[in-house]
Design a protein around this ligand. Structure first.
Ligand SMILES: *Cc1c(COP(=O)(O)O)cnc(C)c1O
Length: 367
């Protein structure tokens, strides 16, 4: 038997890990499924695009600047965020999407034998980064579609380093309110890092929804994630950040890859923060189209999970992958949820009325 020397180099936890294959570019998908338009309802992007001031800046970006490195630590953006949230700029680390800051936190606190604790049905990147870095991911089942605080605390042992809580949760839209989050942080009492991923916080207008950044002063082990990919419409530029106490951020900074955030992303993010109208328009659209989908899905007799955020899940009387293949030729791209451990569910991003109508028409046709 010949042994492939490459294989002897691979750690066991990489050997058993499957790569995530992203979907093909739109033009390829259109060719593949024979559709001329494609409504992208699979990634929770903002269908209104970036705010107008960002669009204008992008169009007049001076090409020679592409040769110059960006600010290595997003200097002006951190100043802007610090002013907005009344933090010190050094309490913020900017990354190539919130996805990148997940890796900073895990690298900063975990070593061989450690574990992280999160939910079984949530944003999967926390789990993936932990596992392919050689750490254990303890996945606690959701309780009524929501993160189960008690069950998560029951999973703690002396090797538990980080909790990841997605608030509101992608894909179920449920959230921990202010009191529940504070009670959890009090119970943890600084023994683990608590990450609250607030990727969709700008879509929530509930009175009791907690502003994690306002709690940083009280809890030095708290780390908040935010992104410009969803509400701010900058998913293609890849930019997100974390915020925490100076103490915790000074530790995480050691594992932070500088220069990973490009010039356009930094400048776009600064401008995006100034436009509250764009947020208002987006919220209005999400609000109206959720009401439309609520009516139509009820009419079709389908059960669905619609809470906070610019997305909802629908339960289908067929496999989610089959539904995907049948909806694609109709120009409707949804997210199959088997990978999120919700077989037979699809997730849909809230988009302008025309797209929502196309989705409902398509759904009606395939049922
Ligand atoms: C989209 C998303 C992110 C990451 O977004 P980036 O594009 O990497 O900034 C993080 N967390 C959740 C829950 C998300 O849905």
């Amino acid at each position: 038997m010949t042994i492939n020397p490459l294989e002897t180099l691979v750690p066991s936890y990489i050997n058993t890990f499957n790569a995530y294959i992203p979907s093909k570019p739109d033009p390829e998908l259109k060719k593949l499924f024979g559709c001329s338009t494609l409504y992208r309802l699979n990634n929770n992007e903002n269908p209104l695009g970036p705010p107008p001031a960002v669009q204008e800046m992008l169009s007049r970006f001076s090409p020679p600047r592409a040769a110059i490195y960006p600010s290595g630590d997003s200097y002006y953006l951190r100043e802007k965020l610090a002013e907005k949230f009344k933090l010190h700029p050094d309490q913020i680390l900017v990354g190539n999407g919130a996805n990148e800051v997940i890796t900073f936190v895990i690298k900063a606190f975990c070593e061989a034998g450690d574990n992280i604790i999160t939910a079984d049905k949530t944003f999967a990147v926390y789990e993936w980064v932990a596992i392919f870095s050689g750490y254990e991911a303890r996945l606690v089942p959701l309780k009524e579609f929501s993160f189960d605080d008690e069950a998560m605390l029951a999973q703690v042992d002396e090797r538990s380093k980080i909790f990841f809580v997605c608030n509101p949760n992608n894909p179920t839209g449920t959230y921990w309110n202010h009191d529940k989050l504070c009670a959890f942080l009090d119970r943890v009492d600084g023994r683990q890092i608590v990450v609250i991923d607030e990727a969709y916080c700008e879509f929530v207008d509930k009175e009791d929804f907690p502003d994690g950044i306002a709690l940083i002063d009280r809890y030095p082990n708290l780390v908040i994630f935010r992104t410009f990919s969803k509400m701010y419409g900058l998913a293609g530029l890849r930019i997100g950040y974390l915020a925490g106490s100076l103490e915790v951020v000074n530790i995480i900074r050691r594992t932070c890859v500088v220069y990973s955030v490009n010039t356009l992303a930094q400048e776009a993010a600064i401008l995006a923060l100034e436009d509250s109208n764009h947020i208002e328009h987006t919220r209005q659209l999400v609000h109206e189209e959720k009401a439309y989908l609520h009516r139509e899905l009820t009419r079709l007799g389908l059960s669905f999970v619609m809470n906070e955020g610019n997305y909802l899940m629908v339960r289908l009387p067929m496999s989610d992958t089959l539904a995907y293949r049948k909806l694609m030729p109709k120009g409707v791209m949804v997210r199959t949820m088997t990978g999120f451990r919700f077989p037979n569910y699809i997730r849909i991003t809230i988009a302008p009325h025309e797209a929502m109508e196309a989705f409902i028409r398509g759904l009606e046709a395939i049922l």
